[in-house]
Write a protein that binds this ligand. Structure first.
Ligand SMILES: C=C(O[C@@H]1C=C(C(=O)O)C=C[C@H]1O)C(=O)O
Length: 109
């Protein structure tokens, strides 16, 4: 294959990666909401260790394990921030009596 063909392949793969990362973010957000309801912490280091192990075990190359784990560390950082933002916005909305998603007060006018 020539460079253009490989680049088209990368573009198609990137679309899949973005869709999968979005799905992962939706799952992390859902977990964040459940954590808020049960007062569990956002950061769960044991769970993260399990994920890094699974990623290493699934790796067939050519990326070295350490690089793949670095990518995952970054992904998980972002997922944690998403959960924290979600929690922060829910807390501030509930303090103001507003719906966290829509910002509506729920009062009839
Ligand atoms: C999604 C969770 O919250 C955090 C984010 C994780 C992730 O993105 O995989 C894993 C553990 C937690 O630090 C979870 O607890 O499962």
């Amino acid at each position: 294959m020539d460079i253009e063909s490989w680049r088209k392949k990368i573009d198609a793969i990137d679309l899949q990666i973005v869709a999968l990362l979005s799905d992962r973010a939706v799952a992390a957000q859902a977990i964040g909401k459940l954590k808020q309801a049960t007062d569990l912490p956002v950061y769960e280091p044991n769970r993260e260790r399990v994920i890094f192990e699974k990623v290493r075990a699934a790796n067939k190359g050519p990326l070295p394990d350490i690089e793949l784990v670095h990518i995952y560390e970054r992904i998980i950082d972002v997922m944690r921030a998403l959960q924290s933002d979600e929690l922060a916005s829910q807390r501030s909305a509930s303090a103001k009596g507003k719906d966290a998603r829509t910002g509506e007060t729920g009062k009839q006018s």
